[in-house]
Design a protein around this ligand. Sequence first.
Ligand code: ADP
Ligand code: MG
Length: 358
Amino acid sequence: MGKNNSIVENPFVFGKVVRGEHFCNRESEIAQLCELVRSKQHVVLISPRRFGKTSLVINALEKNKIPYVYVDCTLVDGEKGLMEAVLNDYANKLDNIALLEKIMKKLDFSFSISINPVSVSVTGVKADSLKGVLSQVGKNYVLVFDEFQDVYEKEKNLANSLRSVIQFLDKSVIMLGSKRHVLDKMFLTPRGIFYNFGYALHLQKIGESAFKKFIARWFSKSGLKISEGEISELLAIAENHPFFTQYLCHFVFEKRRASKASVKEVLAQILEMNSAFYEETFNSLPLTQKKALLILSRGGTQVYSGPLLKKYALTSQTLQKALALLMKKEIVDKNASYHILDVFFRHWLYQKVLYQKV
Ligand SMILES: Nc1ncnc2c1ncn2[C@@H]1O[C@H](COP(=O)(O)OP(=O)(O)O)[C@@H](O)[C@H]1O
Ligand SMILES: [Mg+2]
């Protein structure tokens, strides 16, 4: 992307880690995280999916030149798989095969290393092997375990072994998690295996004024028009949600290159584009859960209001049960109040309410 390029790349990136100028603000979060890391505290970073946990941690560590090894636990299978994931990123970060071999020879299992791309596999794993690997890697690298609750969900024993190793590491470990119901069980209840284990940071959405500046800046830099009013409208529609805001910005930006589409028109197109998926999700749910979603799609915090329950022929108990199941399915979340996680799905549902399709 250059100044002389007439075809500018779309600056609004979604669905992957954002870096550099595509990463907005998070200054206080970065400072807090780095402070914890420097004081060797373990950190548990919690938020719903797509709030920007992965992006935050990676930007915080890279901007501050803190070496780290990153493992995506959604892709990890078993203890051997976990060791290999750690070692593979470690190998990449070391970028020195001879040194890697030398270090690994000190460990208590067999291994082989292939190159281009570098890949480590291990055999003959013993009881203390995981400890050996993490202690070695943890000497110089902060360990980052993304979507950490997946280890616990898939293999409680492995989560237990990890805990007992991490406990004694003299370096901060960062664990990121999205699944509220699992994380609460692990970290926040007194009987959870990670209770009081690290400093729990609850990541919020990006601050509105920072996001406004970010959006305005990219539009003006690319020579495209957007008014302050439109930016506010866009943020209201996307509920300031980092992923959905970027998503909506991306398509508004795309449209504005060709014509003067309004934010609402772009929203309508997005809903249309995704309607098959929303339809399928909605139709797969039992009636009480459908009703619960329609109630939530109205926004507001009064889920249990008498008139609404009456309108949908629900009791507060059936509604509560439906909401609990929707939370398990990660369609709904609750902090101050219940809400639908997918902002555009909520808009789509609300159209149903408006047109009384159900
Ligand atoms: N600080 C940020 N600045 C700009 N966009 C962000 C930021 N954080 C998150 N996003 C948007 O949200 C998306 C999801 O971010 P990600 O870090 O993958 O979230 P999580 O790890 O919580 O699921 C990104 O692809 C990007 O579009
Ligand atoms: Mg992530």
